[in-house]
Design a protein around this ligand. Structure first.
Ligand code: PEP
Length: 252
């Protein structure tokens, strides 16, 4: 399965910084065996989508509203993101679940809106540290998956333990492998055969030094990268670590 290395720029980047980072990625990406995606802030989408048109780097958004238009001040709909040049959208990120109170039902509505607009969704799930310490991670993640994914879901899932995001901490390789196997089993039971073929990304403090180990784990279909996606050399090093796994050459 071709891995997806996705960069979540979060609320970072003005026009000049974003254009420079995208140009740097485009100039250095070369031939990759993985898919490369950047998700800049919505303010940069149209510019970067135009700048990268014809490039191998895909462009996506970080969220969308569930409705196609209407009286929702400050929100942006999936058709508007598509119109701006986005092809993908991250949904249900833990920062949105926490900061904006997004429930699984809200995420599900957004997934349906994204797909209807022609956007490929990346749906994030993951437990808090308290839930892991209580041994509840498998239940929490299964409930998020069954509550957030429609029965015909054909997008990407990202497992992002909340406590690993932006902290420099990651679960052990055994814990990542165990959770990805659990997610695979849940996807197959919820979605049938389609669930066996969907990519499951790992996200949470992925960096050049741990990417090769994480990307080579069973059922890991790529990475969702936050902080390290803001530095071209680091993001590309992660992509090259994924490539090394695909070609059987273990980097570092
Ligand atoms: C994220 O927020 O999606 C993420 C994985 O962040 P970081 O890589 O900085 O932990």
């Amino acid at each position: 399965m071709r891995q997806l290395i996705a960069g979540n720029w979060k609320m970072n980047g003005k026009l000049a910084d974003g254009a420079a980072l995208a140009a740097s990625l485009d100039a250095q990406a070369g031939d990759l065996a993985c898919d490369l995606l950047i998700c800049p802030p919505a303010t940069l989408l149209a510019t970067l989508a135009a700048q990268l048109s014809g490039s191998k780097i895909h462009v996506g958004a970080q969220d969308c509203h569930a409705k196609p238009s209407g009286a929702h001040t400050g929100d942006i709909s999936a058709p508007m993101l598509r119109d701006a040049g986005a092809a993908w959208v991250i949904l249900g990120h833990s920062e949105r679940r926490a900061d904006h109170g997004e429930s699984d039902a809200v995420v599900l509505a957004k997934v349906l809106a994204a797909v209807a607009a022609g956007l490929a969704p990346i749906v994030c799930v993951g437990e808090t540290e308290a839930q892991r310490l209580a041994g509840e991670q498998n239940t929490v993640v299964a409930l998020q998956l069954t509550g957030s994914l429609p029965p015909d879901f054909a997008g990407v899932v990202a497992y992002e333990p909340v406590w690993a995001i932006g902290t420099g901490r990651t679960p052990s390789e055994a814990d990542v492998a165990e959770m990805h196997a659990h997610i695979r089993a849940t996807l197959v039971s919820h979605l049938g055969a389609t669930g066996g073929g969907l990519r499951i990304l790992y996200g949470g403090s992925v960096k050049p030094s741990n990417a090769a180990a994480l990307m080579s784990l069973p059922e890991v279909g790529g990475a969702l990268v936050g902080g390290a996606s803001l530095v071209a050399a680091d993001f590309l090093a992660i992509a090259h670590a994924s490539d090394a796994v695909a070609t059987g050459v273990r980097a570092g």
